[in-house]
Design a protein around this ligand. Structure first.
Ligand SMILES: Cc1cc2nc3c(=O)[nH]c(=O)nc-3n(C[C@H](O)[C@H](O)[C@H](O)COP(=O)(O)O)c2cc1C
Length: 286
């Protein structure tokens, strides 16, 4: 699948790849109301990665339903909406609206968003905060509920267990790691927001470790992402226990990377005489 915020609404990539060949498209973060996003500059390149502070720029869920959904609903793959919010109520209302869309089989709940009602601390950094938002959305959303975990925590396995208890069908991880870039000549932060989210190859070892820990802790399927740049990286996440993977930052470098990864996984299976990709999920030998 493609990671939220790195593949637009999918159609932007239709000139590069046959969208049917990928397992799913997780569309941009969608919120109840229109969001302008953060002021520029909001991207910075780092060694082996990038920092972003886009700030969930989108036109709101009603605009999505009226203007985007009709254009993407017939793409022959799973279209999943990444839902973000600033309080529990806004998550629930957005999920209820998406629940009515026949061609959207699942949502991915981004719990890395700050809770404005609780001093701006992200929902996903405490087990209680994570449980509460997932529990509320679970009651309102009837289809597949994927919860996307924040890596900016002490024990991601504890958060994953809380989210499982609250009724999540699956967890995806990781979202971006909190980072910072400084322009020494100007003595200024590079990003307007000072800090931002780190993604790309630089985060892969952390993501891999977290996927491995979470896959051992929960019974629900785990979707792995974070720094997957090629098929070998994808296979590593499957071996660590992910049942599926997402590709994010790599799309900016090579817009055809998703299909190359699909082909590369098949090539790995053939080389190792393995019949099905399911045979390598969690097959790491420690
Ligand atoms: C420009 C940009 C925008 C993003 N927007 C979102 C978003 O709206 N919702 C979300 O859950 N994650 C968002 N992410 C995080 C990615 O989906 C992904 O979790 C992260 O980048 C790690 O994967 P990667 O290293 O393959 O990029 C964004 C990442 C980037 C680089």
């Amino acid at each position: 699948m493609t990671a939220s915020g790195t593949f637009g609404y999918g159609l932007e990539f239709a000139d590069f790849i046959d969208l049917k060949q990928i397992g799913g498209i997780i569309v941009k973060g969608t919120t109840l109301n229109h969001r302008e996003g953060n002021p520029y500059p909001r991207m910075a390149e780092t060694p082996s990665g990038m920092l972003n502070a886009v700030g969930l720029q989108n036109k709101g869920v009603d605009y999505f339903v009226e203007n985007i959904y009709p254009k993407i609903k017939d793409i022959q793959t799973n279209i999943i909406v990444n839902v973000s919010g600033s309080d529990i109520d806004s998550y629930v209302k957005t999920a209820e609206i998406i629940n009515e869309l026949d061609c959207i089989p699942a949502i991915e709940l981004n719990i890395s968003c700050p809770n404005v009602k609780q001093g701006g601390m992200a929902f996903g950094v405490t087990t209680q905060g994570a449980y509460d938002v997932v529990n509320a959305v679970r009651k309102a959303y009837k289809k597949t509920l994927i919860v996307k975990l924040s890596p900016n925590v002490t024990s991601i396995a504890d958060i994953a267990c809380a989210v499982e208890d609250a009724g999540a069908d699956s967890v995806s991880l990781i979202n971006t790691l909190l980072g910072m870039a400084i322009d020494a000549e100007r003595r200024k932060p590079v990003l307007s927001t000072i800090t931002g989210g780190l993604s790309g190859a630089a985060v892969k070892p952390i993501a891999l470790r977290m996927v491995w820990q979470v896959a051992k802790a929960v019974k629900i399927p785990v979707i792995g992402l974070g720094g997957i740049m090629n098929a070998r990286d994808a296979v590593e996440f499957l071996l660590a226990g992910a049942s599926a993977i997402q590709i994010g930052t790599a799309n900016f470098i090579d817009p055809t990377i998703t299909v190359k990864v699909v082909e590369g996984i098949n090539d790995y299976l053939e080389r190792h005489h393995i019949d099905s990709v399911t045979d390598i999920i969690g097959a790491l030998e420690c």
